[in-house]
Design a protein around this ligand. Structure first.
Ligand code: ARG
Length: 588
């Protein structure tokens, strides 16, 4: 099943070719003035410019050819040479019928034969996930769902932060506290205890203390640096202790991601490429790509065309410790080898853009990506509090993810009560619904903002059941579910949709736009397009619903066709919500 706009593009391209004009000018898109036309082709203007003739004359010739195709109900020239197009209701109905029968709902196949590694989430061992990781998780998860739906082979990787200075900070803090002396005893030949000396709660308490100690006291910082270097160099006790940190953190993180409905194919981390670092560095040195600079080993990545200074990528500090960029570079080596990807997409805070620029340049310079692998940073803006500064708890601390979800769940519960929803359901179910609504509110608010923009976290607004919110869309889906359930109870049949009214026509057109929107959201890495689409779809359904009888329609064939339209709308809405990672309650 080809997207309708693509089908029309093929027809218009033929018309341009038949006039001896480049067929690319036949590009047809969904009209941005839906009050004037369903589709538009603007190619006559650039074509005329290229041929040095009058655009209106070109448009007339193209329009004359298009008119002979029975798919069009209207072909009109507007302004200097825009071609406005409507298709017949028959054409719409045929395609809606085909879409209803297609399990993929006509999703584009942009990823056939292609693999992408998507790097997102990126929480750090021993630190609780905070809202900074929330955006990465929500946007990254939407990307992996969308890429998969568009037929990509996707390998998602959480890329745990488990090899940096925070490891040395924890180790030295534990040494100071004397909690687990065996890991520090250099005469101990192993083995080390199987049971972790610390729990996740311990780590969450220890880390901030350790980090504050290093900030306050340069000697403590030196100690933590030395411990990091020793850990990386392979000191057995430190490695054993580190393993425990990673294991307890992973268990906690898996639960947290689970509660968000986010899953990863790989749970690799910075440390997992440890063995690749030494050979990579030896190779870069041998080829003269890595050089010494102020005691550190670096890869210079500046280019003559740079407008601002791009510092070199540091591979090794003078104490031998590796840095964030070193593990990221080695991770590229690993991914290229093990996944043979076409694309590695990093969904990470926009503030790390400079870091990725350095890593990507170093990777390309060293030829690590061959000529096939594309490296791309899809950055995102900050979630701010009402004061316009990065979101914090009321006490000014870092907002933890589970506290945030609890807050959203509570707010959603209040909204449900205000709206008179789910009131008489069993307590368990009510709680589960509130949680689903709370998470939908957070996810939709996050995804509907332009990825790169900062936005203000406003739970009161996000959880409303009116307006462009996650809860509104969940409610819209639940409403259609209940119409269809009632229809089944009454034994009413459903049939392929028909178009008899303006509302039905607009709804069907919106449904048929799904593949285009999925393709555009992928191409621009823009979940917000899916959000806009879902909201418009729900609104079009609402108009259709308020203007037409459905269950109360006396004409059986018409009722069946309208139920078919409800059914297709639900399928499409559920699909888009699923791409956004939003669940639909069975009832509300
Ligand atoms: N752990 C990092 C952080 O908290 C994010 C990791 C992003 N992914 C990557 N390959 N660098 O900032």
């Amino acid at each position: 099943m080809k997207p309708l706009a693509a089908e029309l593009t093929a027809i218009a391209a033929d018309a341009f070719a038949a006039e001896g004009l480049p067929p690319e000018f036949g590009f047809v898109q969904i009209s941005d003035r839906s009050d004037l036309a369903q589709f538009q082709c603007n190619g006559a203007l650039p074509a005329a410019k290229q041929m040095k003739t009058n655009p209106r004359a070109v448009a007339e010739k193209i329009a004359a050819r298009l008119k002979s195709n029975a798919i069009f109900a209207k072909v009109e020239i507007a302004g200097p040479g825009f071609i406005n197009l409507d298709v017949t209701d028959n054409a719409l109905v045929e395609r809606a019928g085909a879409m209803a029968k297609d399990a993929r709902l006509g999703a584009p196949e942009t990823g056939v034969g292609k693999t992408s590694v998507i790097d997102f989430g990126g929480p750090n061992v021993a630190k609780p996930m905070h809202v900074g990781h929330l955006r990465s998780s929500i946007i990254g998860d939407c990307m992996q769902r969308l890429f998969r739906a568009n037929a990509w082979h996707v390998v998602s990787d959480v890329h745990l932060g488990d090899w940096g200075l925070q490891m040395g900070q924890l180790i030295s803090e534990i040494r100071h506290r004397g909690i687990a002396p065996v890991y520090f005893n250099e005469n101990h030949k192993g083995p080390y205890p199987d049971e972790s000396p610390v729990t996740m709660d311990d780590l969450e308490e220890i880390y901030p203390v350790a980090s504050a100690a290093c900030k306050a006291d340069p000697a403590r910082l030196d100690e933590a640096r030395a411990a990091t270097a020793e850990l990386q160099a392979g000191r057995a006790g430190y490695r054993a202790l580190w393993r425990h940190f990673v294991n307890v953190s992973e268990a906690g993180l898996t639960r947290e991601f689970g509660s968000l409905g986010v899953r990863f194919d790989l749970w690799k981390g910075e440390a997992s490429v440890d063995a690749l670092i030494a050979p990579m560095i030896a190779d870069l040195k041998a080829r003269g790509l890595a050089v010494m600079s102020e005691g550190a080993l670096v890869v210079p990545v500046a280019e003559p065309t740079d407008k601002k200074e791009i510092p070199p990528l540091i591979l090794l500090k003078s104490d031998g410790a590796v840095l964030y960029g070193t593990t990221d570079l080695a991770t590229i080596v690993d991914r290229v080898r093990s996944q043979e990807p076409d694309l590695i997409l990093y969904v990470v805070d926009q503030r790390q853009h400079g870091h990725f620029e350095q890593v990507f340049r170093a990777a390309r310079k060293a030829g690590l990506t061959g000529n096939r692998v594309e490296l791309e940073h899809a950055g995102f803006g900050t979630m701010n509090g009402p004061d316009g500064k990065p979101f914090k708890t009321r006490a000014g601390g870092v907002m933890k993810l589970y506290d945030l979800i609890a807050m959203a769940t509570e707010e959603a519960g209040q909204r449900l009560t205000e709206a008179g929803l789910a009131g008489e359901y069993p307590e368990e179910e009510r709680k589960a619904i509130a949680r689903m609504v709370g998470i939908a509110a957070i996810k939709f608010a996050d995804l509907s903002n332009h990825r790169i923009s900062d936005y203000i976290f406003d739970l009161g607004r996000f959880t409303r059941f009116e307006g462009k919110t996650g809860p509104y869309l969940q409610y819209a889906a639940v409403r259609i579910q209940s119409i269809l359930r009632k229809a089944r109870e009454d034994g009413y049949a459903s049939a392929s949709p028909v178009v008899r009214s303006a509302e039905e026509r607009r709804l069907v057109l919106q449904l048929l736009a799904l593949p285009d929107v999925m393709a555009a959201a992928e191409a621009k890495r823009a979940p917000s397009l899916l959000c806009d689409y879902a909201f418009t779809l729900a609104q079009e359904f609402s108009r259709f619903y308020s203007e037409h009888h459905i269950l109360s329609e006396k004409d059986e064939a018409l009722r069946a066709a309208r139920l078919g339209l409800c059914d297709l709308t639900l399928q499409v809405l559920a699909k888009v919500l699923d791409l956004l990672g939003i669940e639909i309650p069975a009832r509300m």
